[in-house]
Design a protein around this ligand. Structure first.
Ligand SMILES: Cc1cc2nc3c(=O)[nH]c(=O)nc-3n(C[C@H](O)[C@H](O)[C@H](O)COP(=O)(O)OP(=O)(O)OC[C@H]3O[C@@H](n4cnc5c(N)ncnc54)[C@H](O)[C@@H]3O)c2cc1C
Length: 476
């Protein structure tokens, strides 16, 4: 049976889908479930585990054929490159604890990352820092001319962050800061041309500095500073980060079902029913939904969300990121004596040498990353043509690389049906409008996921949200 989103409401309302009271493998016999968790990323897995620790009968439904969501390792490529989550900082108490429980070993990849040393390639030409500082094409203010394009906006934010207490970023008292990052940087003396080069070429959040909230960036900066005070480590999982969610999944007592694309959730006085694309349905006392808003939009909720919460689900944007993994037949960087890593303003985006061999120095491949417009452009070209164009551009910039590159894998988060983008980001004004209301429970449905956290970013945010949602369910 193949069901569309529109069909689901009618089927549920008409009683045409008889929701089976799902059973957990722990229960053995047909005992009703307490909670169904939707999504087996870090937040869903941790919420399921926390609830089981409190005696709840839990089932997890996952659309993909694997766990981990945005934690995804290419185990079949040299150095097992990461397509998603890279590393946790020393302050990731929850992440470090989850790794211990999952039985995976964390190690500090900081020393490997510190060797990245990006080379600047503008208009297809390599420039040293001194050449860039003296270049007539350099649009930065006199005092900052020696800064590289990828350094300047972060440094300005770091030195001039107006958010007094980053932990209170969602406090309505900070509404005046909820302007665009573009406005903030203009206020700090950067010209439009400088912002275009420094941010819009490869934005960490948003399509450009115009569509991202400065207040969110100020929170991220405050949080990063706090992480740094706790230590400079960058912890990754030995053998590939995806081993972490795999280990967490093994700790669950209840069922974790793969290939279960959720298309409908209805909630009534006695429980909640989840309907999947394959026609199956499951019922429990409550539902924990860890789906990113980018995919939740396609799920029929009954009753539907209303007001600002509905608006948040429909309008919060997700970062576009595409990755190409390339191996080199010979170390061409030794021939041209330049760093293997590059920041370009062309189709090759950012090229990061991966050092995941036996020693910190061995380069196991190049991870080429496109963000925002460039990511969308690659996706439009399609994997084969995007890989061909990227290899051709690296070869044009670095003649020593000619004939040495093999593009092995293409991975676009925007094209992943179960993510439709990378991390969530708030646009100007959206922190003030949405941050305090968008994660409220709706009937018997409770929401978690990195986008719902207010005290952390990234993987730690996903885990923070799972704690909040577990408490919410237990006290409901
Ligand atoms: C390129 C990249 C680099 C990153 N680097 C870092 C980093 O260095 N440090 C850091 O802390 N964080 C990093 N992150 C962020 C971190 O990976 C995420 O914040 C975190 O993994 C999100 O977990 P989550 O559980 O909230 O969401 P997800 O991992 O997206 O989990 C949601 C789950 O729901 C499933 N799902 C979605 N829709 C449906 C549906 N309709 N039916 C059924 N299942 C569905 C998905 O398949 C997925 O498994 C990075 C992410 C990316 C992509």
């Amino acid at each position: 049976m193949d069901i569309t989103r529109r069909d689901v409401g009618a089927l549920l309302a008409g009683g045409l889908i008889a929701a089976a009271p799902a059973v957990s493998r722990a229960a053995g016999a047909a005992k009703p479930l307490d909670v169904i968790v939707l999504g087996a990323g870090m937040s869903g897995l941790n919420a399921a585990w926390l609830l089981e620790q409190q005696g709840q009968r839990v089932m997890v439904l996952e659309g993909r054929g694997r766990v981990g969501g945005r934690v995804h390792t290419l185990f079949d490529q040299p150095g097992v490159p990461e397509m998603g989550f890279n590393a946790m900082a020393a302050g990731y108490g929850r992440g470090i604890d989850a790794a211990k429980r999952a039985g995976v070993e964390l190690y500090d990849i900081g020393p490997r990352m510190a060797k990245t040393n990006l080379t600047l390639a503008l208009g297809g030409k390599i420039m040293t820092r001194a050449e860039w500082a003296a270049s007539p094409a350099n649009p930065f203010p006199a005092a900052r001319k020696a800064m590289m394009p990828w350094e300047i906006s972060g440094a300005i934010m770091h030195q001039n962050n107006p958010l007094k207490d980053w932990m209170k970023w969602t406090d309505p008292a900070n509404a005046a800061l909820d302007v665009s990052l573009h406005d903030f940087l203009k206020g700090q003396g950067l010209s439009d041309a400088a912002i275009r080069l420094a941010v819009d070429t490869s934005p960490y959040y948003g399509g450009s500095a115009y569509d991202v909230s400065a207040l969110m960036s100020e929170f991220a900066d405050g949080w990063t500073k706090a992480q740094i005070t706790l230590g400079m480590q960058s912890l990754a999982v030995k053998g590939g980060n995806e081993k972490l969610p795999m280990g967490m999944a093994k700790l669950l007592k209840g069922d974790l079902l793969f290939g279960k694309e959720v298309v409908g959730i209805s909630s009534d006085a006695t429980g909640a029913t989840v309907v999947c694309q394959d026609g199956s349905s499951y019922r429990a006392g409550r539902v924990v939904c860890s789906l990113p808003f980018s995919t939740l939009r396609r799920v029929k909720l009954d009753p539907g969300l209303t007001g600002l919460q509905a608006q948040a689900v429909e309008t919060i944007a997700y970062q576009l990121i595409s990755n190409i993994f390339i191996t080199a037949k010979s170390p061409f960087w030794e021939k041209d004596k330049l760093s293997a890593s590059m920041w370009t303003d062309g189709v090759a985006g950012t090229v990061i040498a991966q050092r995941f061999g036996e020693s910190d120095d061995e380069i196991t491949g190049l991870l080429v990353q496109a963000r925002a417009d460039l990511s969308a452009y690659w996706d439009r070209l399609g994997p084969a043509e995007a890989m061909r164009r990227v290899v051709a551009e690296i070869e044009a910039i670095r003649p020593a690389a000619k004939g040495q590159l093999e593009a092995k894998a293409y991975y676009s988060w925007a094209q992943e049906p179960f993510n439709a983008g990378d991390w969530a980001y708030f646009g100007p004004g959206q922190v003030t409008t949405f941050a305090n209301v968008m994660s409220a429970p709706s009937g018997r449905v409770h929401f978690c996921g990195e986008h719902t956290a207010t005290g952390n970013r990234g993987l730690e945010a996903a885990l923070e949200s799972s704690e909040r949602v577990a408490l919410e369910v237990l006290s409901a």
